[in-house]
Design a binder for this molecule. Structure first.
Ligand SMILES: [Cu+2]
Length: 76
């Protein structure tokens, strides 16, 4: 996360892959799946969050603190 955005976005991965998000902003962000299938705590500068994707599908997520900050993971 940087400049109140997720990058790369969308991100396409394969089943079983693990994604690590790192907050590169001074502000706090979260990684919160739309249906709360997974979610991070508040992440400060340089803090990270890991999630392994064992099921194929599309996962929409957002930051709880910035409503314009959305992302998508596509798992093949
Ligand atoms: Cu945020």
């Amino acid at each position: 996360m940087a400049d109140k955005a997720y990058d790369p976005n969308p991100l396409t991965i394969n089943q079983g892959d693990r994604v690590t998000w790192t907050n590169k902003d001074f502000g706090i962000h979260t990684v919160t799946e739309k249906q709360e299938l997974f979610g991070s705590e508040d992440l400060r500068l340089d803090q990270t969050f890991d999630q392994t994707f064992d099921s194929a599908g599309t996962y929409d997520y957002h930051c709880k603190l910035h409503t314009t900050m959305t992302g998508k993971i596509i798992v093949n």
